[in-house]
Design a protein around this ligand. Sequence first.
Ligand SMILES: [Zn+2]
Length: 249
Amino acid sequence: MQTEPAQAWKIAEGLALTAAGIAALGGALTYAALSAGSQLFGSTLIAGNDPTEAALTFDDGPNDNATPALLDLLAAHNVRATFFMLGKFVRRRPELARRVHAAGHLIGNHTETHPWLHYQRARVIREELRSCNQALEDTLGAPVGYFRPPHGARRPAVLRIAAELGLTTVQWNVMALDWLPIGTERILANIERGLVRARNRGKGANILLHDGGDRALGADRSATVVATAALLTRWAHDGTHAVTVDAWG
Ligand SMILES: [Zn+2]
């Protein structure tokens, strides 16, 4: 599923562009690097073609303040979710990472320290991915197959290096914006809007949520936990099938 990255990056570097051309192309490249849906720099895994499927994905953990509560909720509803963890937190909370794994959830790589990867040299990108893989594999005793770039930021080198490490790069198509202090109601409204849009496109929903905060352990994600509880209660009745992202690739 990895395709040859488009040549846009090289074109941008190699052409002598007018100022207007640089501005236009720069905008396109910024979009390609930062938009979760852009495939310009190579294909990434987003969602499958069954609009009844939805994946809850939680980034930036593990986090004592939210991950255990989410595990209890998910267990109560017999639902598996996907957790993209930071190596630096896995090293400090290995027992919590193992709990997530033992409960049958999918765990992916979210880098060691959460940098903006599209600004980084290849050596740094490789080290960030390799180091997080190491933390996860040492802790879980299982290989890691999926990777989500922090902020969704990428460039051809990010996708290439991820592929070299055997990682499928995963984006999302539904943003809860739960890293902002907006409260449960608005988180749920954002998710609902995204679910409808994905469904109208005949796609499953890959929902970006956060059980942690990248700066420090202990982030308050109580609004995310409450929103997740509401979603799971609804999904138990409305025909939505919860999946983990490996169901799509
Ligand atoms: Zn993140």
